[in-house]
Design a protein around this ligand. Structure first.
Ligand code: TXA
Ligand code: MG
Length: 329
């Protein structure tokens, strides 16, 4: 593997202090990190990802106490959520402190705060005098990276160093919620189950806004997370009715207790889980979308999961991956 990649925290600290980009492991996906208080360093993130500058970045902090330095004020509910659910795959959007540059938040008056739980990145954050702005470490619009190798495959020339923390255990980006004095809203489904957030928040969300048109949030764009092979999101039967002659690989799961899928015309079948375990499915999804790009079949046919738990977030990502060829059902 490249000499740019390893577990040397001293090197990561030194590169970040010099204003360079370092890819960091988190429990969700790898991030492309820079000093969040240094506009010049943050500008390089947008450059490296070819990301539009109207897409705001998440600010990663060591703990809730330090996170509060970057927030104007936090409603009581935010304190409660932070106390129980952070560190973890949750991002909270809160009123921002002016010390966070406008480039990080795209001029919004809110900032997205996350406290990752990966031990290497937690240690890194304790050794830095500033928080880290970090989007997922992939070219804009493409599948998020869940291993150090995924980062090297695409951004090796753009990063000073990749801190290798192994395979991301959650595998889906954080769930993003916006917290106000009166309630909360969901802005992105992700690695934390909404049921857990509801339990601590003490009420259901005012809205689940997974809109495709808010220009300030391309991560919520209808077409996103797309591999370079067409994805069809739906059943094999629906696909075959539309494309009777096309070859395809089926990306699906097995129901608990079943040992096979039954008759299928697929050239190949990949299981996100053999026990319809949504956590396992979430952890595998981006790896498979990357791998199956190189499969000889014409299409990836991804079947919908039950709309509960992380199944909702899995469906969200598959739907967006398929939307780039406008063939979701
Ligand atoms: O799990 C994750 O969240 C990963 C890891 C690296 O932490 N990060 C990640 O970042 O997925 P990114 O940039 O790929 O997605 C962050 C999303 C974007 O869609 C952005 O628009 C939204 O967060 N966002 C950031 N700040 C926001 C704000 N102030 N208001 C609304 N949305 C915001
Ligand atoms: Mg992203």
């Amino acid at each position: 593997m490249s000499n740019k990649c390893g577990t040397d925290i001293d090197r990561a600290v030194s590169e970040l202090k010099q204003g360079h980009l370092v890819a960091i492991p988190t429990e969700t996906v790898y991030g492309l990190a820079a000093n969040a208080t240094d506009t010049y360093a943050v500008a390089q993130i947008f450059e490296a990802k070819k990301r539009p500058s109207f897409d705001p970045l998440i600010v990663h902090c060591e703990n809730w106490q330090r996170a509060q330095e970057w927030i104007a004020h936090a409603p009581e509910r935010a304190h409660r959520l932070a106390e129980v659910l952070m560190p973890g795959p949750l991002t909270m959007v809160l009123p921002k402190n002016p010390a966070i540059p406008d480039l990080v938040t795209s001029g919004l008056d809110t900032v997205a705060i996350r406290i990752p739980s990966h031990p290497l990145t937690r240690e890194l954050l304790t050794r830095l005098p500033f928080p880290l702005a970090a989007p997922s470490a992939n070219p804009f619009g493409y599948v998020s990276p869940t291993s150090a190798q995924h980062v090297l495959d695409q951004l090796q020339d753009e990063v000073a160093y990749v801190l290798d923390g192994g395979i991301c255990v959650v595998g889906l980006e954080s769930t993003i919620v916006s917290i106000t004095e009166t309630g909360w809203e969901v802005l992105r489904l992700g690695g934390m189950d909404l049921a857990d957030i509801e339990r601590i928040a003490g009420c259901s969300p005012d809205a689940v806004r997974l809109s495709s048109s808010r220009p300030e949030a391309p991560g919520m764009l209808h077409a996103h997370y797309a591999p370079k092979k067409p994805v069809f999101f739906g059943s094999e039967a629906d696909f075959s009715a539309l494309y009777p002659n096309a070859t395809f690989v089926l990306l699906t799961y097995l129901q608990e207790g079943k040992t096979d899928l039954g008759p299928s015309l697929a050239a190949d079948v990949k299981y996100l889980s053999r026990t319809s375990d949504d956590k396992e499915g979430a952890a595998q999804i981006f790896r498979y979308l990357r791998e199956l790009e190189h499969h000889p079949a014409d299409w990836i046919v991804a079947t919908p999961w039950p709309e509960k738990g992380l199944g909702r977030a899995i469906n969200d990502r598959l739907q967006r991956a398929a939307a780039s060829n406008s063939l979701t059902i």
